[in-house]
Ligand binder design. Structure first.
Ligand code: EPU
Length: 341
């Protein structure tokens, strides 16, 4: 299904416009696109130093300035079953495989696990960095191991599931391993006899309308829900959820609930409570505020959109105004999910 592509590509003064779903113009000093593990380790073993950044599908990125350094991108598209048992399949996937093509492939094969993560823009490598999540499932739940090449000394590194330190929209690759590695392969543990997770929002009702729980029906239902709530990156520039849902201690949540009885709240197993950033932003009136270049999406206020011609700086200024208004009204601090460069 996925073919190996050509040799490594190397460009100077390279436009990143097509490499970020926000649709923001920025230029990279160098851009290196590799399609095999060998290519990248040979390149790095010549001794690479300097400013670098690894880009995936550019769906969680905001370029605030040009990038005076080297941007690496993986086009590794190999995919193979590396182990199979009565119940499980271990699928090793190149970091450059398009995320939704992978989900579609596993659903067609009848392997369960990724179906709730349908229609998320981006690539396989980023699924491990961001621990992408939707409808009660996070990619990290399925990740068995991550292979990478060190940017420092070109050595091969293997991270087990535990090494990855997955948490809500978080992994070791956003913390102490940040900027240290090029991810080459991610191995997912999938189920031959899927157990469905349909408790989030109206997912179960949608799946039932489509005829009941099958992998294809869950995928279709998730695609339909996302289509109705989230902008299509081919038509409207955005990076999906711009902010993370904030987590507060139970006392704070209780006080807020008394003052705002309709506020959505989700109790976490640790005793803290997750709030909905989209709801908080909507309550601050941002859906109705006219802005020339930047705004929030009319069906999901958590998504900041480029109305056309926005610069990275416009987006940052707008986002800061949103953060300030939520802090003033609710006393809650929003944190960005999007990575700024
Ligand atoms: N809500 C509003 N107004 C809004 C948006 C949401 O009132 O403008 C309310 C909804 O009515 C609902 C609650 O907020 O009661 C939660 O909304 P939703 O189910 O849309 O989920 P979310 O918490 O806003 C998260 C993820 C999404 C993911 C959905 C579904 C984060 C930061 N975002 O959004 O992820 O698709 O859950 O699982 O955790 C992404 O990361 O790009 C992304 C879209």
């Amino acid at each position: 299904m996925f073919n190996k592509t050509n040799r490594m590509k190397h460009y100077r003064n390279y436009s990143l416009l097509k490499h970020n779903t926000f649709g923001i113009e920025a230029v990279a000093g160098e851009y290196v696109d590799f399609s095999t593990e060998l290519e990248v380790s040979e390149y790095l073993s010549k001794g690479f130093s300097g400013n670098s950044f690894v880009i995936g599908g550019g769906s969680n990125l905001l370029f605030v300035n040009d990038f005076d350094g080297t941007i690496f991108h993986s086009s590794i598209k190999d995919m193979e079953v590396v182990e199979e048992s009565e119940n499980d399949v271990l699928l090793r996937v190149g970091s450059g495989v398009n995320w939704d093509s992978l989900v579609a492939y596993t659903v067609d094969k009848g392997w369960g696990g990724l179906e709730n993560l349908s229609a998320i823009p981006g690539e396989v490598g980023a699924s491990a960095v961001q621990n992408v999540g939707a409808y009660g499932v996070e990619a990290g739940d399925l990740i068995e191991k991550v292979e990478a090449i060190s940017l420092k000394d070109a050595s091969k590194k293997v991270f087990s599931h535990d090494d990855c330190e997955f948490a809500y929209r978080h992994s070791v690759f956003k913390a102490k391993e940040k900027g240290c590695n090029l991810i080459t392969f991610v191995t997912y543990r999938l189920k031959k006899f899927p157990s469905f997770k349909l408790e989030y929002g109206n997912l179960k009702d949608k799946v039932n309308e489509l005829g009941g729980a099958t992998l294809h029906n869950v995928r279709r239902a998730v695609c339909e829900i996302r289509d109705a709530k989230l902008p299509n990156p081919d038509k409207i520039g955005s990076a999906g959820s711009f902010f993370m849902n904030p987590v507060v201690v139970a006392d704070v949540a209780e006080k807020l609930k008394k003052e705002y009885p309709t506020m959505p709240q989700y109790a976490l197993s640790c005793g803290n409570v997750k709030l909905s950033a989209g709801w908080l932003i909507e309550q601050c009136g941002w859906k109705n505020k006219p802005h020339e270049h930047v705004g929030v999406y009319e069906f999901q206020a958590l998504v900041v959109i480029n109305r056309g011609g926005a610069t990275g700086k416009d987006v940052i200024e707008f986002a800061q105004a949103v953060v300030d208004s939520v802090k003033d009204k609710f006393g809650v601090e929003l944190r960005m999910e999007v990575n700024t460069i």
